[in-house]
Write a protein that binds this ligand. Structure first.
Ligand code: IYR
Length: 219
C-alpha cells in the first residue's frame, strides 16, 4: 500500500466579511429555494448543467469513491418516456400504495399523478448511486454520499437562479431501464431543472419552517 501523501490546504474559500455575515448571506439565498412543479420551457445551457454537476461532484464521499452518476436528459423523446413511466407509478401510488396518512400529508402540496413538468422542464437530471465502482471495486456509504452530492446540486442550482424539484416516483427502476443504465447503478433522485414558469405557484404550506429551537439542539 502506498503511504498517504499530504499537501498544504492553502486554496481556501475566505469570505470578505465575517463567517456570521457570510453564513447569513448564503442562508438568504437558500431560504428562497422552493420545490417547483411549474417550469418554463426556457432552455438552460449544457454548460450551466455541467457547472452544477461539477459542484455536486465536489461532494465528499466514502473513501472518495464518488459513487454517483448524473444522467442529464434533454432529449424530448426520452423525457416523454420518463414522464410516462413516472405517471404510471404515480397512478399506482395515489390509487393504491399511499395510505391515508400519507395522502393527508401530501394534500397541502396539491400533488397528483400528473407530471407535466417532466416534459416541460428543459432538463431532467437523474441521479444514480453506484453500488460498486465501474471496475467492480467496493464503495462506501453510497446513499449518504449521493445524498450529499444531490444537496450540493440543489444549492448550486439555487445559486444560479434556477428551479429544481426533488422528485421520487417510486419505485424508480423504470429510470434505469429507460436510460439503459447498468445493474450496479440504482436510481436515487430525479431532479427536474429549469426556470420557473411565469407565474409559478408554490404551496403556501412549504414556505413554513419549524422554529430553529425545534430542530437544533446545542449541548
Ligand atoms: N411521488 C409522489 C408523491 C409525493 C411524495 C412525497 I414524500 C412528496 O414530498 C411529494 C409527493 C408525487 O410526486 O406526486
Amino acid at each position: 500500500m502506498e503511504p498517504a501523501k499530504f499537501v498544504p490546504y492553502t486554496d481556501r474559500h475566505v469570505p470578505g466579511g465575517s463567517p456570521e455575515a457570510a453564513a447569513a448571506a448564503f442562508h438568504d439565498v437558500m431560504r428562497r429555494r422552493r420545490s417547483v412543479r411549474m417550469f418554463s420551457d426556457q432552455p438552460v445551457s449544457l454548460e450551466t448543467v455541467q457547472w452544477l454537476v461539477r459542484t455536486a461532484h465536489s461532494a465528499p464521499s466514502g473513501a472518495n469513491k464518488q459513487p454517483w452518476r448524473f444522467v442529464c436528459v434533454r432529449d424530448p423523446a426520452t423525457k416523454a418516456r420518463i414522464r410516462a413511466g413516472a405517471e404510471a407509478e404515480e397512478r399506482e401510488f395515489y390509487s393504491r400504495r399511499a395510505n391515508e396518512e400519507w395522502l393527508r400529508d401530501l394534500a397541502p402540496l396539491g400533488t397528483d399523478e400528473n407530471k407535466e413538468f417532466l416534459t416541460i422542464a428543459p432538463w431532467l437530471v437523474v441521479v444514480f448511486q453506484t453500488l460498486r465502482g465501474d471496475d467492480g471495486s467496493q464503495v462506501y456509504y453510497p446513499k449518504e454520499s449521493v445524498g450529499l452530492a444531490c444537496g450540493l446540486f440543489l444549492a448550486a442550482a439555487q445559486w444560479a437562479g434556477l428551479a429544481t424539484l426533488t422528485h421520487t416516483p417510486s419505485p424508480m427502476a423504470f429510470l434505469g431501464q429507460i436510460l439503459g443504465r447498468p445493474a450496479h447503478e440504482r436510481p436515487f433522485l430525479l431532479i427536474p431543472l429549469g426556470h420557473p414558469a411565469e407565474p409559478c405557484l408554490v404551496p403556501a404550506k412549504a414556505l413554513e419552517r419549524r422554529p430553529l429551537d425545534d430542530v437544533m439542539v446545542v449541548v
